[in-house]
Design a protein around this ligand. Structure first.
Ligand code: EPU
Length: 420
């Protein structure tokens, strides 16, 4: 077990390079099931979640290996159409194998994910979507058992846009008979990259980047290669780190367009933002202004940046109100931030952050990926020493975060510990 030990008070400076996007790869890797053959993904980050997905594909018989930033997948050796509980319990995104398995092999047995660290996260849109595509689905012994001779194009309209269900249905519809219409689809860059990748494999998809996706099913797809887009949430987290520390940093290898909601809020908080083609420079103001916001689907402010924004607002000169409209109970970081001296009250899905507090170092506990990121941000400015326990959560989605922060001047060390 590792922990981070942080000495607060250093103003970050310098530049940091952003890694490939976790949530892109978690959708792209299962897409390889759709066509037996060899695939290469460049710009692959070395993350626990990518390892978990690799392991799942290996358990299904596929060849997966990472050398440097290049991920090789050989999907031709697949011999099991199943995502066992042991894998799915580690990572909910395992459900992404459901659509491709059904579409390519006509059967899938996928463990139900159950709750996540911060509360219930249903998968009913995935199941209903597959049913609408003609699959026979039953739930038995905690598993989704799905069968279909051949999926058939249909019209699917989400009540609220879902990243995962849009991705799963896109993959299934790519090999279905006829046309599938997905309305109120997710428009996140990671879903757009999945759709582009499927097109590279030979899928016929129209409306990429819009709420209305139209998929004309094809008989077969072929393997393809791709470089993963930069991780916009990692980029946003580093920008928040620069801002909370009162420093000036440049993030490199990012797509500024993917961060427009975050950049606009940072500007409202008083930061000076200079955008170039693939880099963003952030200069902090003397004092941060409080900025309220509500998370929303893309291109709105991402729920995956909510925890980091709350940490940042602890340093603002005034009160801000942060609402999570996507995951209404994603606030496990708040009691931990309050242990560092923050003054945050949560009622339902709304956090009221009273800023201008002097955070003071303490031991805090990571509970999930983005919660851990917010605790590290707070540790960067807390007086004295902060210990962030259970950093395996952060390793799920941030590649070598402590090394990248050290390069920016932060005093942060990864230390082995018996503490849990
Ligand atoms: N929803 C349902 N039923 C479903 C699916 C979703 O009601 O079957 C609801 C959810 O409860 C939520 C909303 O729809 O209120 C949106 O959830 P979505 O399906 O979009 O989330 P997801 O696909 O499970 C992905 C990311 C999350 C990110 C969300 C929202 C991946 C692997 N995960 O999850 O990333 O928070 O979209 O943008 O892409 C993270 O990286 O830390 C993370 C949690």
């Amino acid at each position: 077990m590792d922990k981070f030990v942080i000495q607060g008070g250093v103003k970050l400076s310098g530049d940091v390079t952003i890694s490939g996007a976790k949530n892109s790869l978690l959708a792209l890797m299962p897409a390889t099931i759709l066509s037996p053959g060899e695939f290469i993904f460049d710009n692959t980050p070395d993350l626990r979640d990518v390892n978990t997905m690799s392991r799942l594909l290996q358990v299904m018989g596929m060849g997966v290996s990472l050398s440097g930033k290049r991920l090789h997948i050989d999907s031709s050796t697949i011999n099991k159409y199943e995502a066992p509980y042991e894998q799915v319990k580690k990572m909910r995104a395992s459900i992404y194998v459901l659509g491709p398995l059904l579409a390519r092999y006509g059967e899938a047995r996928v463990s139900l994910p159950g709750g996540c660290a911060w509360g219930p996260r249903p998968v009913n849109y995935h199941i209903e979507g597959m049913k609408k595509l003609g699959a026979d689905i039953s739930i038995e012994h905690g598993y989704i058992i799905a069968k279909a001779k051949k999926l058939k194009g249909t019209r699917i309209s989400f009540d609220t846009p879902s990243v995962g269900a849009t991705g799963n249905i896109l993959m299934a519809a790519a090999l279905a008979d006829g046309t599938t219409l997905i309305e109120n689809a997710a428009m996140e860059p990671e879903i757009n990259q999945l759709a582009q990748f499927l097109k590279k494999m030979g899928a016929k998809i129209h409306g990429i980047g819009t709420k209305r996706l139209e998929v004309d099913g094809v008989e077969e797809l072929k393997p393809a290669n791709l470089a993963t887009i930069p991780d916009r949430i990692e980029a946003g987290t580093f920008l928040a780190a620069g801002a909370i520390s009162g420093g000036a940093i440049t993030i490199k290898n990012c797509i500024p367009d993917h961060l427009s909601a975050v950049l606009s809020k940072l500007e409202q908080a008083g930061c000076t933002i200079t955008v170039e083609r693939s880099s963003i420079k952030l200069e902090s103001p003397e004092a941060l202004e409080p900025v309220s916001l509500a998370t929303d689907v893309y291109p709105g402010f991402p729920t995956d940046m909510q925890a980091q924004w709350i940490a940042l607002m602890c340093r603002a000169a005034g009160t801000s109100v942060i609402t999570d409209s996507i995951f209404v109970d994603r606030f496990k970081h708040v009691p931990e931030l309050n242990r560092l001296g923050a003054n945050i009250n949560v009622e339902e899905n709304v956090a009221v952050v009273r800023g201008s507090v002097n955070l003071k170092g303490a031991k805090v506990m990571s509970t999930d990926l983005r919660a851990s990121a917010s605790l590290i941000l707070a540790g960067l400015v807390a007086e004295g020493e902060t210990e962030v326990l259970r950093v395996y959560h952060i390793d799920r989605g941030y590649e070598s975060i402590e090394k990248k922060l050290q390069k920016l001047g932060a005093q942060i060390e990864r230390v082995k510990t018996e503490e849990f």
